[in-house]
Design a protein around this ligand. Structure first.
Ligand code: SF4
Length: 397
């Protein structure tokens, strides 16, 4: 690793004026059952008894230890434990994980520490212990309150469990997010409205509202369910947007709505092209060095990951982001934000000059996809609607 670190510190093709904020992502790869629309690295635990919690925690610790030289001296400003279903961890396991993280990395005292949780795994006592261990934000995968739709999504919970989970979330955490999906198989506009109203009734300060998409290599891609037509799903989108604004949320990213001061700091760091160390099976990471940016991917299968991580070798793929790829990678994230980005952030986070993207910026402006002045660049409503086209202008800029 020392040699690798030396190589990352060698002269490169860019020069970053400062290191961006650093977050930590921890992936937990198991779920009770695989949902038919899911393309995350989640595996149904099919072994005997419970999943190998201790072995996985040992692997995560080893992975963190071998990553230390790459983030030496840098503080962690947010932690996100995602999956999979990390709320399957025992209270003792989660406590050990957070203790290991704090023992190995300097975590800010006021760091946002989020845990993803699924209804069906909610026990009030366990969640109180999660809170006592330091989790200060919960992200609850509700998806819908309608039993028929939950069934069609292959979720293990029903609407009663969803409501119970939110009662616990609201009791134990003042900061929690709710994931909800719309344009579900057979869903009407009224059913979508009912889900969103129900979600808002729990007072969550953050809502993530996703359009169901059929991702490649999922069961739904192979056997597509009957989905609402484009007009209906566009009506749902418009209604959700208007209703959320009326209820005091701001849409600060394509799918993310937050009450004032309740944006997800961890996700904002991704969208602002910050750095993140990603540990755990299949986790992705992005790390900056003074003259280069690298991306890493850990071994994907949990068993393979555990084996490799315990040998201090969890990273399966690692590459330096090419200079010509940086503008697109930056825009892929930054243009998701409604308010866009300050010009200096592009320079600070990519090490490139604004001149290097002047041609695509001019084209985006001429097509009405962005607005810009000498301080800020932001997508227009048209740019938000045709975000993929806008981002594609920066391919090999
Ligand atoms: S619970 Fe979430 S991570 Fe697990 S299979 Fe379903 S969608 Fe994927």
């Amino acid at each position: 690793m020392a040699q690798v670190t030396q190589a990352f510190l060698a002269p490169g093709r860019i020069r970053l004026p400062a290191m961006p904020p650093l977050s930590l992502y921890v992936h937990f790869p198991w779920c009770v059952r695989k949902c038919p629309y899911c393309d995350f690295n989640s595996h149904e635990w099919k072994g005997e008894g419970d999943f190998p919690e201790d072995a996985y925690l040992d692997a995560l610790r080893a992975d963190l230890e071998s990553s230390l030289p790459l983030v030496w001296g840098r503080r962690i400003h947010s932690v996100f434990i995602g999956g999979g279903t990390p709320s399957l961890l025992s209270a003792r396991g989660l406590d050990r994980l957070l203790s290991d993280i704090r023992a190995l990395l300097p975590v800010d005292a006021d760091a946002e520490i989020t845990l993803e949780a699924n209804p069906g795994t909610f026990e009030a006592d366990k969640f109180r212990q999660f809170r006592a261990s330091g989790v200060n934000r919960l992200s609850v995968g509700i998806q819908s309150f309608n039993d028929r739709h939950l069934k069609s999504l292959g979720r293990i919970h029903d609407s009663a469990q969803a409501r119970r989970a939110l009662d616990v979330a609201a009791q134990v955490f003042d900061n929690f997010n709710m994931d909800l999906m719309f344009a579900l198989p057979g869903q009407s506009l009224d059913e979508c409205k009912h889900d969103v109203e129900m979600a808002m009734s729990y007072g969550s300060p953050h809502l993530s509202l996703y359009h169901l998409t059929l991702e490649p290599n999922t069961y739904f891609a192979k056997y597509p369910p009957p989905l609402p037509d484009e007009d209906t799903s566009a009506d749902m989108q418009d209604w959700i947007h208007a209703r959320a604004i009326e209820a005091g949320f701001e849409r600060y990213e394509v799918s993310a709505y937050a009450k004032p001061h309740r944006r997800s700091r961890h996700n904002l760091n991704y969208w602002q092209f910050g750095d993140y160390l990603g540990v755990g099976a299949g986790a992705h990471g992005k790390l900056s060095f003074p003259e280069r940016i690298i991306r890493q991917i850990r071994y994907k299968h949990p068993t393979t990951y555990i084996e490799h991580a315990l040998k201090q070798n969890a990273v399966q793929e690692e590459h330096e982001v090419g200079t010509s790829d940086l503008p697109f990678e930056f825009m892929l994230n930054a243009l998701r934000l409604s308010e866009g980005f300050p010009v200096h952030r592009f320079i600070e986070r990519t090490g490139l000059t604004m001149n290097s993207i002047e041609a695509p910026l001019r084209e985006a402006e001429a097509r009405g996809l962005i607005t810009r002045d000498h301080q800020t660049i932001a997508p227009t409503p048209l740019g938000q609607q045709f975000l993929n086209d806008l981002q594609a202008l920066f391919l090999k800029a």
